[in-house]
Design a protein around this ligand. Structure first.
Ligand SMILES: *Cc1c(COP(=O)(O)O)cnc(C)c1O
Length: 469
């Protein structure tokens, strides 16, 4: 007696006409949104928490028309920081190049697996090529290997676990590692995640331009060696999040070489500026890093969720991440299994968006967009310097302009805090703040590909208006 086939489920597939209708709806939504960015506020989160509650529903048993989902998506998007607009100059702006979004659409809809080379050798080749284009763009040595991750923090995690395993093995006792007081918090965070002792973290002081002081680094390493500790890694920053300061990588690399330390460089914000003419002088020595973090979702204008790690010595990522499993026995162990070079086994075909964006525009257009941001920062720095009562931070090393205003009476921090609120309340531009030498400081980060001279002029006008009213 044979068992009958089970009752068939309703098909989850859509016919061509239905797919086209849905795609058309999504397409109209996106193009309406993107073509009206110039008129949208720079941020608007008023009532957003309430909206979030309103949109939160129990698990639906039955589906509903896609328009309704899209409509709610639009309502939620409208109540947020407008990170896709040229007026967004807070924190580190992102990107969102349109061809990359289309590549994501194709990648998701066709849903190919690229974690193991055998499953899609040509797609893996494309991703390897895209990584190699990023390498070439920043002038990192040929033969390096790399990985696309979801962002700078994940890239740093992979870099630190690799450096730790290669240099220390399983014994982390007494390990010490060095970064500057201005380094991104992801260094300390990922060091903790990979099991490095927190007590081994050394925050090296910076000079007047907020760059790591190599003499202080050398002293600290010597002091730690004298204590019998085990220095193993220096994490330099090529463009800090705070002010865009670039650590003196050549001097740090010399020290790492003579001390036998792993040199990690965090170029999550600044790395791609190496691709502009003159970029090697702005960001010298990056080619000497053992590992280099780049964030295509920052300074290459890709959508969020696109990070990159480059490692100079091929084979090290695999040495650390390689794994064996009975259920993977049909697949060949090769040097190009992303699953064996990273923490992820299954993930989207991330390389397509990087490839498609670079392929669509060409490197020159991207270099030129980055050049414009560097020049806008210099322009804005000069214009702001001329304002009454302003105290400028360091001349921008990359594309962050920092400043504060002297308070006519009393508390400067409170005055500048109120000033930031006033600027942002007008919603024409959006800025954020930081502390420099303990003082509340405003910063303008010019990095979005949509941020133009028009936006920089608007920023100047908005800052001026807020400071004088
Ligand atoms: C943004 C940033 C990071 C973290 O990258 P994510 O992509 O946000 O995880 C690390 N370092 C620097 C210098 C950054 O600006």
């Amino acid at each position: 007696m044979t068992r009958p086939l089970p009752r068939p489920s309703a098909s989850l597939d859509l016919d061509a006409a239905r797919m086209e209708r849905l795609t058309e709806q999504a397409n109209r939504f996106v193009s309406d949104h993107l073509t009206s960015l110039g008129e949208q506020p720079s941020w608007d989160t008023e009532g957003a928490v309430r909206l979030g509650e309103e949109l939160t529903r129990p698990l639906p048993e039955a589906g509903r028309p896609f328009e309704e989902t899209l409509d709610e998506t639009g309502r939620a998007i409208a109540k947020s920081y407008n990170t896709a607009a040229g007026s967004y100059m807070a924190y580190i702006p992102g990107g969102g190049l349109y061809p990359a979004a289309l590549a994501d659409y194709v990648a998701s809809a066709t849903n190919r697996y690229v974690g193991m080379h055998d499953a899609a050798p040509a797609l893996v080749a494309i991703e390897l090529m895209a990584i190699d284009w990023l390498r070439e763009f920043v002038g990192y040595p040929e033969g390096a290997e790399g990985l696309l991750t979801t962002g700078g923090t994940l890239s740093t995690l992979v870099a630190l676990v690799t450096a730790r395993t290669v240099r220390l093995g399983d014994d982390m006792a007494g390990a010490t590692y060095y970064t500057s007081e201005q380094a991104h918090s992801c260094i300390a965070k990922t060091a903790r995640l990979v099991g490095l002792p927190s007590a081994g973290l050394r925050l090296i002081p910076t000079d007047e331009r907020l760059r790591m002081d190599p003499a202080a680094l050398a002293e600290q390493i010597a002091a730690d060696r004298a204590e019998g500790l085990r220095p193993f890694l220096v994490a330099a920053t090529a463009g800090t999040t705070n002010t865009g300061a670039v650590d003196p990588v050549p001097a740090i690399a010399d020290l790492c070489e003579s001390e036998g330390l792993w040199l990690h460089v965090d170029g999550a914000y600044g790395g791609f500026f190496r691709g502009v003419p003159g970029g090697h002088e702005l960001l010298p020595g990056l080619e000497r890093a053992d590992s280099l973090v780049l964030d295509p979702h920052k300074s290459l204008f890709l959508p969020y969720g696109t990070g990159c790690l480059l490692v100079r010595e091929p084979g090290q990522l695999q040495q650390v991440h390689g794994s064996e499993a009975d259920y993977l026995q049909d697949l060949t162990a090769t040097a190009h299994n992303f699953a064996e070079m990273s923490p992820e086994l299954t993930r989207e075909a991330r390389g397509l968006r990087v490839w498609a964006a670079i392929d669509f525009y060409g490197a020159e257009a991207l270099r030129d967009a980055l050049r414009e941001k560097l020049e806008l920062a210099q322009w804005l720095h000069d214009e702001l310097s001329a304002l009454e009562g302003v105290e400028m931070g360091d001349r921008p090393q990359l594309s962050v302009v920092s400043f504060r205003f002297r308070s006519p009476d009393g508390d400067s921090d409170a005055f500048n805090e109120a000033l930031l609120d006033k600027i942002n309340a007008r919603r024409r531009i959006f800025l954020s703040s930081t502390r420099i030498n303990g003082q509340f400081t405003l910063r303008v980060c010019l990095l979005h590909f949509r941020t133009s001279g028009h936006d920089a002029k608007a920023a100047l006008a908005e800052i001026q208006a807020a400071a004088t009213t």
